[in-house]
Design a protein around this ligand. Structure first.
Ligand code: AMP
Length: 215
């Protein structure tokens, strides 16, 4: 399975990707996670990326393309991969196609997780992530049992710097202008599948499994 996950910030792409990772052992390649790791490591690239991410804008295409190309060549991607948060614009999608054809690992599907734009603000402002294991919660829709602590590993929960209201507005604008056109891009290629991202995580995953032919 070689897939791209499409959807607005907060649509639940990462949540669905994590279930696929757990069940099928296929790696999730999230450019947002890779960038946050560079920020946490304090590298020059991380420092440059943080300024852009905090504004809700996209980091330069050359930066993410380099990261993705390097990651796709690791051994664990031989059995497939889930690209999450990448590509974010048509230029990245075209560069990805060229890269995958060179590596002989073309996409099998692009899955769009659709959530009405008006629901996304609450989903994003409520989002919390475990510092230790990456498990995600939402203070409105799916809180942890103990406030601020992870149910799975008791790790500390944090709110992403870019999940603040002003930055979210900008991220949603960027999504609409630059990323949403990719739905059409993959539709034209005949590999687009769409699922509603509203409802319980398990119900959505059941539909995702069906669409992707997972057993
Ligand atoms: P995400 O975790 O996917 O919501 O990404 C968080 C932020 O990282 C985005 O708002 C961008 O600033 C940056 N980012 C993540 N993926 C990409 C990408 N493919 N291209 C450019 N910037 C990205």
């Amino acid at each position: 399975m070689r897939i791209v996950l499409l959807g607005a910030p907060g649509a639940g792409k990462g949540t669905q990707a994590k279930i696929i990772v757990e069940k099928y052992g296929i790696p999730q390649i999230s450019t947002g996670d890779l960038l946050r790791a560079a920020v946490a490591a304090g590298t020059a690239l991380g420092k440059e990326a943080k300024a852009v991410m905090d504004k809700g804008e996209l980091v330069p295409d050359s930066v993410v393309l380099g990261m993705v190309e390097e990651r796709l060549q690791k051994d664990d991607c031989k059995k497939g991969y889930i690209l999450d948060g990448f590509p974010r614009n048509t230029k990245q999608a075209e560069a990805l196609d060229a890269m995958l054809s060179k590596l002989n690992m073309a996409l099998t599907a692009a899955l769009s997780v659709d959530v009405p734009l008006e629901d996304l603000m609450k989903r994003l402002t409520g989002r919390r992530t475990c510092k230790s294991c990456g498990q995600m919660y939402n203070v409105y829709y799916g809180p942890s049992k103990k406030e601020g602590a992870c149910d799975k590993c008791s790790g500390e929960l944090f709110q992403r710097d870019d999940d603040k209201e002003e930055t979210i507005k900008k991220r949603l604008e960027v999504y609409t202008a630059q990323t949403a056109p990719l739905i059409e891009y993959y539709s034209k290629k005949g590999i687009l599948k769409s699922v509603s991202g509203t409802g319980s995580i398990n119900d959505i995953f059941a539909k995702v499994s069906e669409l992707l032919g997972l057993k």
